[in-house]
Design a protein around this ligand. Structure first.
Ligand SMILES: NC(=O)c1ccc[n+]([C@@H]2O[C@H](COP(=O)([O-])OP(=O)(O)OC[C@H]3O[C@@H](n4cnc5c(N)ncnc54)[C@H](O)[C@@H]3O)[C@@H](O)[C@H]2O)c1
Length: 385
């Protein structure tokens, strides 16, 4: 039954794929055939922290907790954090791996060049949400499947965003710094610390994370706005108490706080450039846990320097890990962290389980949950098109 499904899906894919130029495409669409698969996982290394929590599965050492299971099925499982350049551990395995698992927290950048080299590659799995580290068009043209664990860490990110909003609104970081440095200067913090109540907060993107954030903001009695490709169902919209803004540029100048909650796509790359930032309220606070490249890096630096952006916080950078000289490390009024919001222990357990479930389905020739597909049968998920 599973085999029949796999074959018919391969034939469908062959017929519909824009890249259906021959047997490579057909072969890449086939679900796992019998025999051992080479699976490579790219995660961040935990070193001395690895043994501190048995549920710390999102790191190299924890390897998503699926090593024993994969090896008991006869598959080869290689895990590394060494992902950049032609001498990296990842590069060595590109020519013969079948599955690549990676995470947005320590992304393996899957370029067109790597895809061309990866002759056996069939499946790219993201342990988390956001697969922009993959050249999705090249993956589609090569007949690869790209899937992520949709929903796995949305609560983790929404909670983190709420924290970052409060950190910025209350001007928390300079106060913390004073304490660490042995200082005491209330005025140096209080002159620009506010209540969140009564402020206008707009989310750019109101999908899974955006909606959870709006839900969490409701008790703070803010004025809530959202912009998205899709208007929220009226009943839920009324429950959230958020107003739809069809036009992004009409919404943005109204906001005291802007939160970015959309994927990085061709349409959203560099969306916040110099001109758009210039139209924001002076002193606006921005929280971005979505993707670093949605912002023009230097435009953010300049606006933080001039005070046009009053505070910028987030955990996503371009590229990752952020180099030591990344300008966001040194700009004023930032409350940045490494990419951490979606990799709480709770989130790790959820995305590890989601990856295991998809691998199991891949081995059996079964479909994944529909919402997990980012590239399937030569087509990108709608928001990436
Ligand atoms: N920092 C982290 O740890 C972390 C974790 C999870 C997700 N993320 C990021 O957050 C993003 C959102 O996650 P989600 O689970 O809410 O995704 P989602 O797919 O549920 O929601 C995304 C929303 O953005 C909207 N959208 C997409 N393109 C748009 C455009 N051009 N204009 C207007 N709206 C647009 C969609 O319609 C959708 O409602 C992810 O794609 C990922 O990049 C970050």
């Amino acid at each position: 039954m599973a085999m029949k499904r796999a074959v018919s899906s391969a034939v469908r894919a062959f017929a519909s794929s824009p890249a259906s130029s021959g047997s490579t495409t057909l072969a890449r669409h086939l679900h796992a055939s019998a025999g051992s698969k080479k699976i490579v996982g790219v995660f961040y290394k935990a070193n001395e922290y690895a043994s501190m929590n048995p549920n710390f599965v999102g790191c190299v050492e924890g390897a998503l907790g699926i090593r024993d299971w994969l090896e008991s099925l006869g598959h080869q499982y290689i895990v590394t954090d060494d992902k950049e350049g032609s001498n990296s551990e990842l590069e060595k395995h590109i020519p013969d791996l079948h599955v690549l698992i990676t995470t947005p927290f320590h992304p393996a950048y899957v370029t067109e060049e790597r895809i061309k080299k990866a002759k056996n590659l069939q499946l790219l799995l993201t342990a988390g949400i956001g697969s922009d580290h993959v050249d999705l068009k090249a993956a589609a043209a090569a007949g690869l499947t790209v899937a992520e664990v949709t929903g796995s860490n949305v609560v983790s990110v929404a909670e983190d965003e709420l924290m970052r909003i409060l950190i910025l609104v209350r001007n928390f970081v300079p106060g913390y710094r004073q304490v660490v440095n042995g200082d005491w200067n209330v005025a140096g913090i209080a002159y620009r610390a506010y209540d969140l109540e009564g402020k206008t907060v707009g989310t750019v993107g109101a999908g899974r994370i955006g909606k959870l954030l709006l839900q969490r903001l409701k008790p703070f009695n803010c004025n809530l706005l959202y912009h998205d490709r899709i208007k929220i169902d009226p009943k839920l919209e009324a429950e959230l108490g958020a107003k739809f803004e069809e036009d992004l540029d009409t919404m943005l100048p109204k906001c005291d706080v802007i939160v970015i909650n959309m994927p990085l796509t061709e349409k959203t790359k560099g969306l916040f450039d110099k001109d758009r930032i210039a139209k924001l309220k002076k002193g606006v606070l921005i929280v971005n846990n979505a993707r670093g490249a949605i912002m023009d890096t230097q435009a953010v630096v300049n606006a933080c320097n001039s005070g046009h952006i009053g505070g910028y916080s987030g955990d996503v950078w371009n590229p990752q890990p952020a180099p030591k000289d990344h300008p966001w490390r040194y700009m004023p009024n930032q409350a940045m962290t490494p990419h951490i919001s979606g990799t709480t222990i709770d989130a790790q357990l959820r995305y590890a389980a989601g990856v295991k479930d998809m691998l199991d389905k891949y081995f059996k020739g079964e479909e994944f949950p529909t919402q997990n597909y980012i590239v399937k049968e030569g087509k990108l998920a709608s928001q990436y098109q």
